[in-house]
Unconditional design. Structure first.
Length: 94
C-alpha cells in the first residue's frame, strides 16, 4: 500500500490523503472542508481506480473558484499514482 498526502489549492480542504494499491484508491481523507460531504465522497469512491475518479471529478468547480474538493481529489489521486511509480516525482505547479 502506498500512502500519499496532497496539498490542495483554492479549496477549504487543505490536504487530501490517499492510499493506493496499484491504481486502486483506498482510505481517502480530507483535512478541512465540508466534513459530511467529503466523508460521503470518500466512502463512495473507496476501491475505485485513479482513472475512474479522474473521469468523474476532473473539472468540477465550487462557486466562483477554478476548482473544487472533487477536482483536487482527481489531481491528488493522479499525483499519488505518479509518485508510486516514480520516487522522484514532483507534481506540476499550475
Amino acid at each position: 500500500m502506498f500512502h500519499y498526502d496532497y496539498m490542495t489549492e483554492y479549496t477549504c480542504s487543505r490536504v487530501i490523503s490517499v492510499d493506493l494499491d496499484g491504481d486502486t484508491v483506498h482510505n481517502i481523507t480530507f483535512l478541512g472542508g465540508c466534513n459530511g460531504n467529503l466523508k460521503a465522497i470518500s466512502k463512495l469512491l473507496e476501491g475505485k481506480t485513479v482513472d475512474e475518479i479522474e473521469d468523474s471529478l476532473t473539472g468540477i468547480t465550487c462557486g466562483n473558484r477554478p476548482t473544487s474538493c472533487g477536482d483536487q481529489l482527481a489531481k491528488a489521486v493522479r499525483a499519488a499514482y505518479n509518485a508510486s511509480q516514480d520516487p522522484d516525482y514532483v507534481p506540476d505547479e499550475d
